[in-house]
Design a protein around this ligand. Structure first.
Ligand code: IMP
Length: 458
């Protein structure tokens, strides 16, 4: 069977830890979208691994698959594999031949386009994600399978690279120099990416993803489908245009792996929720506390409310809310329930994993945005346009805070050991989203989790 893990907010919900937890019972962990923009942290055996492309299950000796819906930067892939090997692991990672390749010109163009977009910029990770998906949809992309066939690779590069160069130089008026120049050099690209192709072939890393996964399922194995990013930055269901260029929502778990929707739908879909909000990038965030310059719209360094700024800094520091990939401070806010209702519906959550309730411990009170006031009406889910979302004001509910306790002991003792006020908060959440609690994260390591339900146990 399959278990699909989906971020229900803006990415950075702590999916890596949950994938790692449930990945134990899985034989294969497959990603279905995104690329090295992901940045997941896995803590295992007291070691911390920061990965951006390799599926987190690979740290635990599972087969990791990058599905056809992913965009793959081979340089990052091999860097991460080499680093894991240097640390004594033996990662087994396969890449779908239909997955698209991020080339150096995609990264250069990501930077150029972000600068050009000014206020419309999503604040991307500049990993070339958007430009690679654009080329996929424009049917001018280069796929992993093409790297294995030099003649095909050469032909594709000769077609596409002059267009990309013209885009950079003639449309955006950029003078390409040094590495940026080489990023648009057909001969250089051909040699470098043919070599990556050879390495992929030598290490037997490429697969026909759908067939590979279906055979495993037919053999009775468990497959975990690992979503990256989160619902509110989904290209269709997120705060467009401040989104990533793929679908983190569960529908993509089928399209992005080649498994049928009925196969994915017979499994479980677990929504990962962080007990508060965090966000890297711009766009509206109705429950935001304070702000981050350059990311919070119209924020010039102070919200005018000292207590709120202090609270934001406290949560940011307690939760380590600084980007895994970029190190940028993240915007933080109270839990946004309309955002979560939207996520639960879009992906059809069958269970919830709620992380980081320990981060909020010690606060006198904890708020949630229960609904929005929108043009004089109370609404319970996210409106379809970002402009409308920007006009929403959160209507709050307040919960009594919970004390900071020995969370490792809580993890050992189980759900009833979680402070009562925190349980009230969690149960409110499960009620609102109409999905049971499967796991509660009470600290950064895999062990610091209260497990109520293991999806593979049926
Ligand atoms: P891109 O995916 O690099 O194109 O960035 C588009 C938007 O998605 C930006 O606002 C990024 O900050 C955000 N984003 C991309 N990946 C992640 C992630 O893994 N966690 C949180 N935000 C992300």
């Amino acid at each position: 069977m399959t278990v699909t893990i989906v971020g229900s907010q803006l990415g950075d919900e702590g999916k890596g830890g949950v994938v790692d937890l449930y990945g134990d019972a899985a034989d294969v962990v497959a990603r279905y979208q995104g690329g090295d923009n992901a940045g997941h942290t896995v803590v295992y055996d007291d070691e911390t691994y920061k990965l951006s492309l390799v599926p987190s299950g690979a740290v635990r000796g599972k087969i990791g698959v990058l599905g056809n819906g992913c965009v793959v930067n081979p340089e990052t892939l091999f860097d991460e594999l080499d680093q894991l090997r240097e640390r004594g692991l033996e990662p087994d990672v396969r890449v779908g031949e239909r997955a698209h390749v991020i080339l150096p010109y995609h990264r250069v163009l990501d930077g150029i386009e972000e600068d050009e977009k000014a206020d419309l910029a999503a604040g991307t990770t500049k990993r070339g994600i958007g430009p690679t998906y654009e080329d996929k949809m424009g049917r001018r992309g280069i796929r992993i399978g093409d790297l294995l066939e030099p003649a095909v690779l050469r032909e594709r590069l000769e077609y596409v690279v002059p267009q990309k160069r013209a885009l950079a130089e003639s449309v955006f008026g950029v003078t390409l120099e040094g590495d940026a120049e080489r990023a648009f050099d057909v001969d250089h690209l051909f040699e470098t990416y043919r070599d990556y192709g050879e390495r992929l072939a030598d290490e037997g890393m490429t697969v026909d993803c759908g067939t590979f996964l279906q055979e495993r399922i037919d053999d009775g194995e468990n497959v975990l489908l690992e979503g990256a990013q989160g619902t509110s930055i989904d290209i269709d269901h997120g705060i467009y245009p401040y989104v990533t260029s793929s679908n983190p929502t569960a529908g993509a778990a089928a399209v992005g792996t080649g498994l049928g929707p009925t196969v994915v739908g017979q499994g479980e879909v677990i929504g990962i929720v962080k007990a508060y909000l965090s966000r890297v990038g711009t766009g509206p965030l109705p429950t935001e506390l304070g702000g981050v310059e350059g990311q919070t719209p119209e924020y010039d360094g102070h919200s005018g409310d000292d207590a709120e700024e202090e609270l934001a800094t406290y949560i940011r520091d307690e939760g380590g809310e600084y980007g895994t990939v970029t190190g940028r401070p993240r915007r933080v806010g109270w839990l946004d329930i309309p955002m979560l209702r939207h996520a639960a519906r879009a992906s059809g959550f069958t269970g919830l994993a709620v992380n980081h309730i320990d981060v909020l411990a010690g606060l006198e009170e904890v708020k949630v945005g229960h609904s929005y006031e929108f043009d004089g009406e109370e609404i319970f889910t996210v409106p379809p346009t970002t402009e409308k979302w920007g006009r929403c004001e959160a209507t709050y509910r307040t919960f009594d805070g919970w004390p900071d306790v020995d969370w490792d002991a809580v993890a050992d003792e189980g759900y009833e050991a979680i402070p009562e006020n925190a349980r009230t908060y969690l149960e409110y959440l499960a009620d609102e989203l109409d999905a049971p609690l499967y796991a509660i994260g009470v600290g950064p390591s895999r062990e610091a989790t209260v497990v109520l339900e293991s999806p593979y146990d049926g």
